[in-house]
Unconditional design. Structure first.
Length: 87
């Protein structure tokens, strides 16, 4: 039961784990910026995977294909959906 409480974000489940999570948020914003694969991109933009795949195929999402895998960055996605040019 304690693991389930931690999974849902309870701070009482395991204080050491919660502390390590807070340390991760102080890292630079670009440390985990790259999104590999359609599933990761779909999760980031909160859309179903099949819809995201169609958007990627049509070029409506800023991403490149490396072999068989779609790759983009969170920075590019946020800039695209906020209507700004990516740096």
């Amino acid at each position: 039961m304690r693991e389930r409480a931690f999974f849902y974000g309870s701070a009482q489940a395991h204080p050491n784990r919660m502390m390590s999570m807070s340390k991760q948020t102080t890292e630079p914003a670009l440390s985990n910026d790259v999104l590999w694969g359609c599933t990761a991109i779909a999760t980031e933009i909160n859309r179903p995977e099949h819809i995201t795949f169609r958007l990627l195929q049509r070029g409506l999402i800023p991403a490149e294909k490396m072999g068989a895998i779609w790759v983009t960055t969170r920075t590019r996605l946020r800039a695209h959906f906020n209507g700004k040019q990516a740096a």
